[in-house]
Design a protein around this ligand. Structure first.
Ligand code: CTP
Ligand code: MG
Length: 235
């Protein structure tokens, strides 16, 4: 069996608010996308990498990864799409059909531990066709009727049943392709796009499994998250 990783890096990083896309923002001397690529490759289970690049920056991203001594697997860089889902689909479209397992990882989670990558990959190889890392939710979560200012609470799900999910999310290539194809066919008829790949698999009615996530794989969305990641790097 071989594993391909799709590394999504095509977002603009609007919430970070820098003058360059989030994946190219520096963290301790290296851009986020390079941290993420090194950690995926460093896991030892990734045989090839496809990276989705922001508009006009395909060559910049390719130079960065292909010249890096730690990125020792073949790298293909493609233009991303207008949404994360479209970017993953663009990556899948160039995926070599010989890979049985696909891990989808966000450059916005640059400090993903190699162990976590191996845990997800191993669970897929062991026969779970869709595997997502997740952590118990520590906050109490309310369901609301969304409003502008004051919102009405309509329920409190039992926290014991909730998991906050991360990436990499792992799939058999066949299932991930089927889920994205069905997602494309549904789009237009359904309001919200899926915010993760597992959501597309769930929409097919296929099972998704959770393995233990890791706080170090936290997502960088805001400046505060970036500062937390810098502290994590110093440890
Ligand atoms: N992504 C992508 N293509 C898009 C949108 C997002 O490849 N059209 C990637 C981002 O680069 C990121 C991951 O998907 O690695 C998760 O997205 P998010 O954290 O929302 O990043 P951005 O979209 O860049 O940030 P923002 O939503 O604040 O603009
Ligand atoms: Mg986004």
């Amino acid at each position: 069996m071989t594993t391909l990783a799709i590394l999504t890096a095509a977002g603009s990083g609007a919430r970070l608010g820098r003058d360059l896309p989030k994946a190219l923002v520096d963290l301790g001397g290296f851009p986020l996308v390079l941290h993420a690529a090194r950690r995926l490759v460093g896991s030892g289970v990734v045989d090839a990498l496809v990276v989705t690049a922001p508009d006009g920056l395909r060559d910049v991203v390719a130079d960065l990864l292909i010249t890096d001594a730690h990125v020792t697997v073949p790298v293909t860089v493609v233009d991303g799409g207008p949404t994360r889902q479209a970017s993953v689909a663009a990556g899948l479209a160039v995926a070599d059909a010989s890979h049985d397992v696909v891990l989808v990882h966000d450059a916005a989670r640059p400090l993903v531990p190699a162990d976590l990558v191996r845990r997800v990959d191993a669970a897929v190889r062991a026969g779970h066709d869709a595997v997502v890392p997740g952590l118990p939710v520590t906050d109490t979560v309310k369901q609301v009727v969304p409003g502008d200012d004051v919102e009405l609470v309509v329920g409190t799900p039992d926290r014991a049943w909730l998991r906050a999910v991360q990436t990499p999310q792992g799939f058999t290539r066949e299932l991930l392709e089927r889920a994205h194809k069905a997602g494309r066919e549904r789009s237009g008829s359904e309001a919200a796009a899926a915010t993760d790949d597992a959501g597309l698999v769930e929409a097919l009615g296929e099972p998704v499994h959770i393995v233990r996530g890791d706080a170090a794989a936290a997502k960088i969305t805001t400046e505060r998250d970036l500062r937390m990641a810098a502290l994590e790097l110093e440890d």
